[in-house]
Design a binder for this molecule. Structure first.
Ligand SMILES: [Zn+2]
Length: 139
């Protein structure tokens, strides 16, 4: 686990990324709309000298939007991954152990529990007494 200080620093970074992502997305959307409207206006007019400005704004808008999405990803995806790792995976692992009686499903949830020295039954990792004969298990 990270120290509280490191966690606090990461939290600030995530919030900066989230705010920056929203700002970049809004700016990108603005340039995309303005550039798109100017592009449509230029297409209707016979003046071709100003054609570079709208294209530049459209490109800048797309550029900002992509970076905004990337920043939002970096700000939010980490939290989702941590939630999945902390909440979902242990439940999946326990369910696989339960359903497969400790032998695992496709390698997931394979129990590393001890074999009973008296009857040979394999037991759960945290078992204190044998499932087969009830004898106390040593760790
Ligand atoms: Zn036993």
């Amino acid at each position: 686990m990270a120290s509280p200080r490191g966690f606090e620093r990461n939290r600030i970074q995530r919030n900066v990324l989230r705010v920056a992502g929203v700002v970049l997305l809004l700016a990108g959307a603005y340039f995309l709309v303005v550039g798109g409207m100017q592009f449509a206006d230029d297409a209707n007019s016979s003046d071709v000298d100003t054609g570079f400005g709208p294209v530049l704004r459209l490109g800048l808008g797309g550029f900002l939007a992509v970076f905004g999405l990337a920043a939002l990803n970096a700000g939010f995806l980490g939290a989702q991954a941590r939630y999945a790792a902390g909440e979902t995976l242990p439940v999946v692992k326990d369910s696989a152990e339960y359903l497969s009686d400790g032998e695992g499903v496709l390698g997931v949830g394979r129990s590393a529990g001890p074999f009973c020295s008296g009857c040979g039954v394999r037991n759960d990792r945290d078992a204190r007494f044998c499932d087969g004969c009830g004898a106390p298990l040593r760790a």
